[in-house]
Design a protein around this ligand. Structure first.
Ligand code: 3HC
Length: 328
């Protein structure tokens, strides 16, 4: 496709020897809050970290369309359907901006997509859970998109310019997504007892997986310390998780729902909510490909890729024709 040349560019990239002088000058720029741009010198490990994180993020947006897409034909009203359709389209757009941001680092979209389809690449654990009721669409918007914005607003200040700039629009849209999810939950909570029970059931099932989205505890996080020194990440996994709990518990109270955690309590001394232990084994199992829907999600993506071959061919033919015309 258009970016095949980038695979070659990645292989041929002449990496200047990483002298102490270059590394110090790079860190100085990062510390001074200068943006690092695609053509700037950067340590190879910084480039690889960004490719890993941005491509995982892009894959999450693309796979994340599936659990919500499941309810497009069953949304309870035309208005809800139109909103959900727009939201799912937004997620596709986020995936595309992010693949483009990653391409600036010398990896091609074909390579990233191949890694996703072969199961080599990771994507967020959260999208491996099923959407069993309409309330799950509310819970995804409220909790999953809520957790996503908590993590992603600091990424607008990421040291790598193309990623930081892509995140600005993504965050604006995620903020709308969070509100539409909260609005669904709010309507259900104001409805019949059965509707409120459906909202509670969705919160019960999505609460813990949403906390897992932020990644392992700081002590178990392999990349956090270096990513924070490079100002790719501005807050650690645990700091972001705590911020999320602090705002979301109060929203649950407003809705009249109970957070499914017996150990949850507000600590006057710290000014934060204390919460129970996360089932880390569950997170590691899901990341390893053994969650409730991992197999289904990947198979669906592989099928969509095969079925979409004609679109890629048509786009390639059109681009070649345009290029030939421009050359003439
Ligand atoms: N799901 C899957 N893998 C996860 C994970 C999760 N929830 N949390 C951590 N991991 C993986 C990491 O990728 C890493 O594996 P790797 O070395 O093979 O790449 C390993 O577990 C150790 O974790 P670390 O904490 O050391 O990894 P990071 O420093 O990269 O932190 C992160 C993890 C917080 C997810 C970070 O990568 C990040 O902020 N990414 C950008 C945002 C993102 O990708 N969000 C995903 C959700 S997107 C979304 O929600 C879409 C929206 O529409 C709802």
């Amino acid at each position: 496709m258009y970016t095949q040349g980038l695979d070659q560019a990645g292989k041929d990239r002449r990496v200047a020897a990483e002298t102490e002088e270059l590394l110090n000058a790079f860190q100085k720029r990062v510390d001074a809050e200068e943006k690092i741009e695609a053509k700037d010198w950067m340590p190879e490990a910084y480039r690889r970290t960004l490719i890993r994180q941005i491509s995982q993020h892009a894959h999450s947006e693309i796979i994340g369309m599936q659990p919500e897409g499941n309810w497009l034909t069953r949304a309870p009203s035309l208005k809800r359907k139109a909103i959900l359709l727009a939201k799912v389209q937004d997620e596709a757009g986020h995936g595309l901006y992010l693949y483009s941001a990653a391409e600036t680092l010398g990896v091609s979209r074909d390579q990233m997509v191949a890694d996703l389809l072969s199961g080599k690449a990771k994507y967020s654990s959260i999208f491996n859970y099923p959407t069993l009721s309409w309330a799950d669409i509310g819970a995804i918007g409220w909790l999953v998109d809520g957790a996503a914005i908590m993590n992603q607003i600091p990424l607008c200040r990421c040291s790598y310019g193309p990623y930081a700039r892509a995140m600005v629009r993504v965050c604006k849209e995620e903020s709308f997504h969070q509100r539409q999810g909260f609005d669904i939950m709010h309507s259900l909570c104001l409805g019949t007892a059965a509707q409120k029970a459906m909202a509670q059931d969705a919160l019960d099932r999505w609460w813990w997986p949403s906390l897992m989205m932020f990644g392992p505890n700081d002590s178990e996080s392999t990349h956090s310390a270096q990513s924070m020194a490079w100002k790719i990440k501005r807050f650690s996994n645990d700091e972001l998780r705590q911020k999320f709990v602090d705002v979301t518990v109060q929203q649950a109270d407003f809705l009249g729902l109970s957070v499914p955690d017996d150990e949850l309590r507000f600590d006057d001394e710290t000014g934060h909510y204390q919460f129970g232990e996360i089932n880390w084994q569950e997170l590691f199992d899901v990341i390893a490909g053994n969650g409730p829907c991992n197999k289904q999600r990947l198979e669906k993506r592989q099928r969509a890729h095969t079925d979409g071959a004609w679109v890629r061919e048509a786009a390639q033919a059109y681009a070649s024709k345009q290029a030939a015309r421009a050359a003439a």
